[in-house]
Design a protein around this ligand. Structure first.
Ligand code: NAI
Ligand SMILES: N[C@@H](CC=O)C(=O)O
Ligand code: NA
Length: 428
């Protein structure tokens, strides 16, 4: 039998503890499947004394992640601390420079520094694996880099943030507000250290940027993702959408067009009975369209201890077996910088407006929409609060550019009491 594969794990939170448990509980299975014993030699986290429900006595302790990453008895550095800068970045760079393979769940880091890290890995002959970084337990990175490698990918889309899907579906099911649901998502281990990354759509945007690189052979371009979070979605929006046969999902879409790479992550209405519409709780779904394979749909747990640790350990198994390929599926020097493009594909939009309750207000809004070339399909005024009158509209198909022009015009009128909520309706 080959030498054991020795892991050094930095970060002993939700994911790190999950990884320790799998290494312990599945030791025989891991050896059988990889032909190598997989062991942990050293660990690191902020607090040594914290009770994490797992016994860490057998492992060496390092206070400093860089020291852990470069230890002689560590073959694979497993970074599970998180953060796009600081110890996560420093320690991964140190590991790569020392020629050690890296496994990480850190999408923020890869979204911001993926290209530089890929170049560093290639220069040192090391690999970086990151299945856990996108859609948790769903093997989407492996699917794109291996199973679908012979396809020209035309589109990648999906629901990629467990927290947002949990909050949106639980709001609908329980009528509760954000605060209570944050606490539930936290208890399930879904939240980022800064939950604004979740509800702001940023975490899902990081994931989409990584998938775009793999799908289209481009350098990761997180700043090119058009981002919108779920913070402005109210229970009222969820109920009105349900009433029309839709559910609201934080949906990411990336596609390469003749004009450039489109990447958008925003709350959208999708048909309630569609596969995306039926996703509950922390479940994610990724849809890939390939030139030869057609459409492939992957669904599973996008966050939480077990699913995320499962993905980390899948990467560890690949390294134990000796699978090695470039970080984004092709060498870093072949990854292109794609021009950015806004979606030109027209779609209907859901609009929720809060109008001043006075004569002529609605007429003014209708006029602005008309001038921008946005026509109204359906409209409903559904009850007054104080001096405002909530109005719901569904537009005919329109481009985002025309809609943005209309929204800007509406905000300039003196008849709205707050910025409109505009959600694309996807017929997926
Ligand atoms: N929780 C989840 O469902 C998922 C998490 N991830 C990613 O996995 C990584 C870890 O996430 P969680 O386990 O949820 O986080 P966590 O907050 O539960 O645990 C983080 C661990 O890292 C340690 N740590 C953090 N900053 C540190 C520093 N500066 N120096 C030393 N130790 C430090 C903490 O002490 C803690 O042990 C993050 O990159 C996250 O985005 C990815 C997919 C799913
Ligand atoms: N905070 C993330 C964790 C997994 O990536 C999420 O909720 O999806
Ligand atoms: Na994954």
């Amino acid at each position: 039998m080959s030498q054991p594969l020795r892991l050094g794990i930095a970060g002993l939170g939700t994911v790190g503890v999950g990884v320790v448990k799998i290494v312990r509980q599945q030791a025989a299975l891991l050896t059988m499947r990889t032909g190598r014993e997989v062991v942990i030699t050293a660990v690191s986290a902020r607090s040594r004394d914290k009770d994490r429900g797992v016994n860490l006595d057998h492992y060496a302790w390092e206070d400093d992640a860089v020291a852990l990453a470069t230890r002689d008895d560590v073959d694979v550095y497993v970074e599970l601390m998180g953060g796009e800068e600081g110890p996560a970045k420093d320690s991964i760079e140190a590991a790569l420079k020392a020629g050690k393979d890296v496994v990480t769940a850190n999408k923020a880091l890869l979204a911001h520094h993926g290209q530089a890290l890929a170049e560093l890995a290639e220069a040192s002959g090391a690999v970086i694996r990151y299945e856990a970084a996108v859609a948790g337990g769903i093997p989407i990175i492996k699917s794109l880099t291996e199973g679908l490698a012979a396809n020209e990918i035309t589109r990648v889309m999906g629901v990629m943030n467990g927290t947002c899907n949990y909050i949106l579906t639980r709001m609908e099911a329980t009528g509760q507000g954000y605060d209570a649901l944050f606490a539930e998502a936290d208890a399930l281990g879904y939240l980022e250290a800064d939950p604004n990354l979740d509800v702001g759509g940023i975490d899902a945007g990081h994931k989409l940027a990584i998938l775009s690189s793999l799908a289209f052979g481009t350098q990761v371009d997180f700043d090119g993702v058009e981002l919108e979070g779920i913070q402005r979605i109210s229970l009222e929006d969820i109920r009105q959408a349900a009433d029309m046969g839709y559910r609201i999902k934080l949906l990411g879409v990336a596609q390469m067009t003749g004009r450039g790479l489109e990447q958008r992550m925003s709350p959208c209405l999708v048909p309630a009975q569609s596969p995306l519409g039926q996703l509950e709780g922390g479940t994610n779904m990724v849809v890939v369209e390939g030139s030869d394979v057609g459409q492939v749909v992957l669904r599973g747990a996008g966050a939480g201890e077990g699913p995320t640790a499962s993905a980390v350990m899948g990467d560890v198994c690949d390294i134990a077996r000796g699978y090695r390929y470039p970080v984004f599926g092709q060498t870093a020097d072949t990854l292109k910088k794609a021009p950015r493009a806004q979606s030109a594909l027209p779609a209907p939009y859901y609009l929720r407006l809060s109008l001043k309750d006075k004569p002529g207000a609605l007429a003014k809004v209708a006029a602005v929409l008309g001038e921008a070339g946005v026509s109204i399909d359906r409209m409903r005024q559904y009850g007054h609060k104080d001096n405002s009158a909530p109005v719901l509209m569904v537009t005919h198909k329109t481009t985002r550019a025309d809609l943005d022009a209309a929204l800007a015009g509406i905000e300039q009128t003196d008849v709205v009491t707050e910025a409109p909520v505009a959600l694309r309706i996807e017929t997926v």
